[in-house]
Design a protein around this ligand. Structure first.
Ligand code: ZN
Ligand code: ZN
Length: 155
């Protein structure tokens, strides 16, 4: 077990693999129906990075879709296995963010615990952890923003 940030991530088939050399900002579990659909799972467990700290995969390897603007989230799947590879979030006035599914990192990667569960009202099942749970669009958006600001000003 190492205490270093995970240096790279990859989709389930390995076709989309890219470096994540810096520490992530935070980790978040989203229970919204779009994340459920995108991940073909009951929720999305994502690790959030500043876009400048991620070397995005070459164009053409990832197929991007916008499910619903705003917020402006581009959700990218691997063109080969079709599994989620990364999501790019552009927020006005803030650094662009990249969200990567937790499962795209090695099982033993050292990652932060989830800071919050958002859109908890659409959950398929209760979460067992102690992270705060937020329901509703605006409360969930605010919780995301608070995690972002806390992590940006932590250092
Ligand atoms: Zn793949
Ligand atoms: Zn979501």
């Amino acid at each position: 077990m190492t205490s270093e940030a995970p240096g790279h991530c990859q989709c389930s088939c390995g076709e989309v693999e890219f470096p994540t050399p810096a520490d992530p900002l935070f980790r978040m579990v989203c229970h919204c129906t779009i994340c459920q659909r995108f991940n073909e799972a009951t929720y999305a467990d994502v690790v959030v990075y500043s876009a400048k700290n991620v070397q995005a995969p070459p164009a053409g390897k990832v197929t991007f879709d916008t499910y619903r603007p705003p917020p402006n989230v581009q959700r990218g799947r691997c063109g080969h296995c079709g599994k989620p590879a990364l999501e790019v979030l552009a927020v006005p006035m803030l650094p662009n963010l990249v969200m990567i599914p937790r499962d795209n990192f090695p099982a033993d990667a050292v990652l932060p615990d989830p800071s919050a569960h958002i859109f908890y009202e659409s959950r398929v099942a209760d979460a067992a952890d102690a992270a705060p749970k937020y329901e509703g669009y605006w409360r969930s958006q605010l919780a995301f923003g608070r995690c972002l600001f806390t992590s940006l000003f932590r250092s």
